[in-house]
Design a protein around this ligand. Sequence first.
Ligand code: ARG
Length: 461
Amino acid sequence: MTLWQGRFAEGPADELLAFTESLSFDRRLALDDLAGSRAHVAMLARVGLLTGEEATLVHTALDRVGTELLDGTFEFAPADEDIHTAIERRVTELAGPAGAKLHTGRSRNDQVATALRLFFRREGTDVARHVHRLQQVLVASAEAADDVYLPGYTHLQRAQPVLLAHHFLAHFWAFARDVERWRDALGRADVSPLGAGALAGSSLPLDPDGVAAELGFARRFDNSMDAVSDRDFVAEALFVISLAQVHLSRLGEEIVLWSRDEFGFLRLADAYSTGSSMLPQKKNPDIAELARGKTGRLIGDLAGFLATLKGLPLAYNRDLQEDKEPLFDALDQHRLALGAIAGLLASAEIVPARMQAAADTQHSAAVDLAEWLVQRGVPFRDAHARVGELVRHSAERGVPLDEIVLTEPDLGPDALPLLEPGAAVLRRTSPGGAGPASVAEQLIKARARLDEQERWLQLPG
Ligand code: ARG
């Protein structure tokens, strides 16, 4: 039995059901669909479209359906094309004629949009909490890193030494922007579409404002056609996830590099590394690689869904059913990646000796020599050229830079401390820079940001 049997003399073809069903994936919306139905029925009773008795019957049936769905005793029928159909069918079986009034003034178009927004509000917030947890690990790692420094890279070539804490915090701020994006996207999605009907509203005295309030939405839709066609929140979520996953991918790539023997900056805990089926000695960073690898798939979820939307006229089109799988996939995979990377980082061991040895090349203090000359009145461009020459001589003749500096009239012994191991990072004193004072200040800001996020995410501080 279908929801539209009145108009149809024949039942649906098997191929139609097989191709158009969404029950196989939209079961995840069951509890949100029930919540939407409860608010709808309560509203129908308030405006006099259901008697109090009928409303009680339907509420009881909805509760029973909820129990059946949770304990696995709910029986799906072959013609249940989606979770919404299945629930309405079962409510009607349980509540009889009162159940047949459940769909009064409602279409699956506003019903589906409502359930998906309720789902998104909960799941999106949960994923934002996972981003937050990863940020907590990054701050803890930054604090534990103390005065350890390592090379900072540009073009993957050693550029200037930076505090390890500074490096961890660079990732922290990227994820902080991701949390801001979640907050923004969730705020914009906080609109109830229920009461829009199929596309045009209703002749019945519905109360979409009351329903919106009861469901905890900030407001109701302004335009019924927009309400049933708007999937901006799905596209935005897919973008927010894609970008945060790109941030994870960048971090993953660094974990891969840092844990190789050639770098030796990081040792992964056994619990967060994998072995090889053939090579007994291997310890592989599969989590980091998959965080990188799954990024392509999540970008695909975003790109695919935008392509689904691009040709759609107003208002509801069945194409919109394609909103769910990319959203579910992206939320699930991203959440798993966040948890795995957070665990990997929290359990990994850093190797300060390797990091600092890689940073302590005399050439990495070249800009400090140039800035030393600048402080003595030499124009920077000239100072840059001068030090560049010295570095070239050092490299070509195989003479250590300090020996060359020592004999230079405009540098000499006074400039030698610049080349001492660890000196360069101490000299990064400008605000937001890689040295100790600005990193200490950054840590305070990062902590304050975590507190702010905790309040929004309603996490125990
Ligand atoms: N499962 C469908 C979806 O997710 C339900 C909406 C069907 N609406 C309709 N008018 N055929 O979009």
